[in-house]
Design a protein around this ligand. Structure first.
Ligand SMILES: [Zn+2]
Length: 304
């Protein structure tokens, strides 16, 4: 049996895990049966079950390691999620130690967006570069920074919380305690909220707002211009900070690229000399919601 690694991505509405070999080939993939809303014990049981299932199918001998991506601010040294808006029941719980105890194996914990960025670097849109930033545009906005081929962690593991960059002084309030965070102005949820405030409807999805804009609805179009500008302000800060060659965006909202990218790029040109005068690229990520799985599986090989 060739060497392989197991990656698990805890995010969205349920969890996904895969066994991937060193060349990046996905050998087996399973989805958890338990919705994340079910709470701590069922979710932990499910995580252990899918990892055990993959391990018994692919064999213990070739297993290089187990990587797990989880949402939230993570204290890497302790293996604990400090703050997680989506998975409050895992906050301040020693998730890494508990998984290691139940599995009888070492587990490497990582932030889910960091994992996704690493996945894109390994097998996706970032494979030709060693330095990139990924923004995942979903209900919130996650961020991952790959520098020199590795995840940039900061001293505790909380670096790259890019969804909480301030892009509007005194803007919309955020669960992190700040106002005007990028994720409150440029996520899928921000699009839906803006559309509601503009009277476009109560239960719209971001795709509905996009469809309205394409039908010529000016208010709906304004939503994407506003969102694109907020994103451009955040990206300009990142370009000015890092001078990386590549900035990737992922998430369902990318379907609205034709509407939000022009104001986003205009804002970046306006606010970043580097962006305006170099071949710095902003592109769509290519692994979709499997990026986190690939990145988590890559963790045992790339090391910290
Ligand atoms: Zn925030």
């Amino acid at each position: 049996m060739a060497e392989y690694s197991i990656g698990l991505d805890l995010g969205g509405t349920n969890l996904r895990a895969g066994a991937i070999d060193k060349s990046g080939k996905l050998l087996e993939k399973v989805s958890g049966a338990t919705p994340l809303a079910a709470g701590r014990e069922p979710v932990l049981d499910d995580m252990v079950a899918v990892i055990s299932q993959l391990r018994s199918r692919c064999g213990r001998d070739g297993l290089a390691g187990i990587g797990v991506g989880v949402p939230g601010f993570i204290r890497l040294k302790d293996g604990v999620i400090g703050n997680s808006n989506n998975l409050a029941f895992l906050e301040n719980f020693p998730i890494r130690d508990e998984l290691e105890r139940r599995l009888g194996a070492q587990v490497i914990l990582e932030n889910d967006a960091n994992s996704a960025a690493l996945g894109e670097k390994w097998m996706g849109a970032g494979r030709k570069v060693d330095d990139l930033v990924l923004l995942t545009l979903g209900t919130g906005i996650g961020g991952g920074i790959i520098s020199g081929g590795k995840v940039l962690h900061g001293y505790l593991g909380m670096a790259a919380e890019l969804g909480h960059l301030t892009v509007v002084p005194n803007g919309n309030p955020c669960g992190c305690g700040n106002q005007g965070c990028l994720e409150k102005h440029a996520s899928a949820l921000a699009i839906v909220n803006m559309a509601r405030l503009l009277g476009l409807g109560e239960n719209l999805t971001a795709a509905d707002v996009y469809a309205l804009a394409k039908q010529g609805n000016e208010k709906a179009h304004t939503v994407f211009i506003t969102m694109g500008q907020a994103l451009g302000i955040g990206l300009a800060m990142l370009v000015n900070t890092f001078n990386f060659p590549l900035y990737l965006l992922s998430g369902g909202v990318l379907a609205a690229w034709d509407l939000f990218a022009p104001p986003m790029l205009a804002e970046m040109r306006r606010r970043s000399y580097t962006f305006r005068t170099t071949d710095t690229r902003v592109e769509q990520a290519t692994l979709g919601n499997e990026a986190g799985l690939y990145g988590a599986a890559y963790l045992p090989w790339v090391g910290r």
